[in-house]
Design a protein around this ligand. Structure first.
Ligand code: 4NP
Length: 161
C-alpha cells in the first residue's frame, strides 16, 4: 500500500551550488538511503554563475573518497518556487541564509535554517567556503555536512518532517 503522505523534503543552499551544497545533498541522501528513510533531497545556489555545471572536481573527489558519485549533479539557482516545494531550506552559511530570507515569499511553506544549527554546539556557525582554498577544505566541508546530515536525519525520523 502506498502512503498519501508526501516525502519529507530538504533543499541545501550555498553560493555557487558546486562545492558545499552538493556535498550536503550527497551526505543526507546517502545516509537516508542507508537508514531506509525516504527523503527528497536537492541543492541549489543563491548565485547563477555555475548554473548547469557539474560540481567542483574537488567536491567530486571528496565524495568519491566516501564511495559516492556526484558527477551527474548539476548546479541550479534557488527560486521562489522552492519555498513552496520544500519542507526545509537549509543554508550552508549566514550570508546564504540572509539571501534566502530576502527572496522568500511571505508565509513560505519551507522552514529556513542554518545547517550547523542542527549540530549541538555549532549553532550560528558557517560551513566555510572551500572554493578558494586547497583540497583540505573539502575534507572539512565533508566532515561538517555529514555530521549535520546525521543530526538532521534523526530530526526527520523523529518528527517525520
Ligand atoms: P559553493 O562555493 O558556494 O560552496 O558552491 C563557491 C563556488 C563558486 C564561487 C564561490 C563559492 N564563485 O565565486 O564562483
Amino acid at each position: 500500500m502506498t502512503s498519501a503522505q508526501p516525502l519529507p523534503s530538504v533543499l541545501f543552499v550555498c553560493l555557487g551550488n558546486i562545492c558545499r551544497s552538493p556535498l550536503a545533498e550527497a551526505a543526507l541522501r546517502h545516509q537516508a538511503l542507508s537508514a531506509g528513510i525516504d527523503v527528497l533531497v536537492d541543492s541549489a545556489g543563491t548565485g547563477s554563475w555555475h548554473v548547469g555545471k557539474g560540481p567542483d572536481p574537488r567536491s567530486c573527489a571528496e565524495a568519491s573518497r566516501h564511495g559516492i558519485d556526484i558527477g551527474a549533479y548539476r548546479a541550479r539557482q534557488v527560486g521562489r518556487e522552492d519555498f513552496t516545494r520544500f519542507d526545509r531550506i537549509i543554508a550552508l552559511d549566514r550570508s546564504n541564509l540572509a539571501d534566502l530570507q530576502r527572496i522568500a515569499p511571505p508565509a513560505p511553506r519551507a522552514v529556513l535554517s542554518l545547517l550547523l544549527d542542527h549540530v549541538p554546539g555549532m549553532a550560528g556557525r558557517d560551513v566555510a567556503d572551500p572554493y578558494f582554498g586547497g583540497p583540505e577544505g573539502f575534507v572539512e566541508t565533508w566532515r561538517q555536512v555529514s555530521e549535520a546530515a546525521r543530526h538532521l536525519l534523526e530530526t526527520i525520523r523523529r518528527e517525520g518532517l
